[in-house]
Design a protein around this ligand. Sequence first.
Ligand SMILES: [Zn+2]
Length: 248
Amino acid sequence: MKIGIICGYEINELTNNSEKIIVETIYGNVPIKFVKYKKNEIYFINRHGENKNIPPHKINYRANIQALKSCKIDNIISILTVGSMKKKIKAGDFVIPDDFIDFTKSRCLSYFDEDRIHIDMNNPFCPSLRKLLIESCEKIEKINIHTKGIYITTEGPRLETASEIKCFSNYSDIVGMTLVPEISLAREKGICYVSICIVCNMAAGLQKELSIDEISNTFIERKPQLFNVIQNFLQNIENKNICKCINK
Ligand SMILES: [Zn+2]
């Protein structure tokens, strides 16, 4: 099976022996790390670009998803770092979100700029892939998993104010800047999409101060478990022809 993995950090354990390919799209060229992993073909994209420095509001989401579509991938696992807005969701926990709210402002949200096409978003995350991902997480010791959660996407690049978080927390659980429009563009292209969120900090107002180092340090600490989850996921997906969530 062909699987796309989109992450904001490198996962060297997965891409060590990868081959770099450049996929040309009408939205721009996308560098992809291609690696065969057991029976699967993995196409790894760093959503922040090769130099890892593209801010969330400037990411070329349309090019990234189009490139994966051009590679004929069936499923996308997106790895996201988030802040928690709920006390029960702590730094270091994993969340498999089941819905999202979009608070972005200036992004290219769709491939359908010329047609009146409205994609369904009742189940934005593929239920089959969610189930598989949850099962893959549950086999890993020493991680706290939340099998549901609502992700609110903010525009960034600034972090949120304490008042914004107080407001958002009434309607959602975790906050980040990169889920949207990646998820809806994948749906527009008929690709199943699932996310695993690594909680790296408590959001504004819920802890003393936030630093970018804190976010990346928590991610680095959790990387071994994340890699194990992905390994389990890839192991389990290879013999299953899943998904009826999108009319392909
Ligand atoms: Zn699906």
